[in-house]
Design a protein around this ligand. Structure first.
Ligand code: INI
Length: 154
């Protein structure tokens, strides 16, 4: 029989930083609510979460890096929404944010839930922030929690 490692989905006792953009707050506020709702329903105390607001997706990696370096948190949920306009700006912001966040997680050895929506339209973003297509904030919080619990066993 193989030895199987799986994360238990309990958030009891965890300290979590939710780093979220102010850009597109109309959408992002629902991602924050989704992440908080998921974590508290899985046992985290609301006062053990710190919500940090940053200007836009481009700023997420630097702030997450500082959060990770503080050593105060078991995991990070990074939340934001980049919505395509008529210029290539979208691609630069998405690519740098995604690359930067992956780098923070690997360099700083910290589970980071990637909850950055990258959408062509506002409707797609709304669908993924608690409407038709679920809530990416919930997914990111869940992925962070599972990863924390997996890493503890390795
Ligand atoms: N930031 C976002 O979080 N979402 C967007 O859709 C967006 N658009 O479309 O421009 C965006 N741009 C701002 C960027 O993240 C930086 O905050 C800005 O360039 C200043 O550094």
């Amino acid at each position: 029989m193989p030895h199987i490692i799986e994360g238990q989905m309990t958030a009891q006792g965890l300290k979590v930083a939710i780093v979220a953009t102010r850009f597109n707050d109309f959408v992002v506020s629902h991602l924050i609510s989704g992440a908080m709702d998921f974590l508290t329903r899985h046992g985290m105390q609301a006062e053990d979460a710190t919500i940090i607001r940053v200007p836009g997706a481009f700023e997420l990696p630097l702030v997450c890096k500082k959060v990770a370096a503080s050593g105060k948190y078991d995991g990070i949920v990074a939340l934001g929404a980049v919505i395509r306009g008529g210029t290539p700006h979208f691609d630069y912001v998405c690519n740098e944010a995604a690359k930067g966040l992956a780098m923070v997680s690997l360099d700083k050895d910290i589970p980071l839930g990637f909850g950055l929506l990258t959408c062509d339209t506002l409707e797609q973003a709304i669908d993924r922030a608690g409407a038709k297509s679920g809530n990416k904030g919930v997914e990111a919080a869940s992925a962070m929690l599972e990863t924390i619990r997996v890493l503890e066993q390795i």
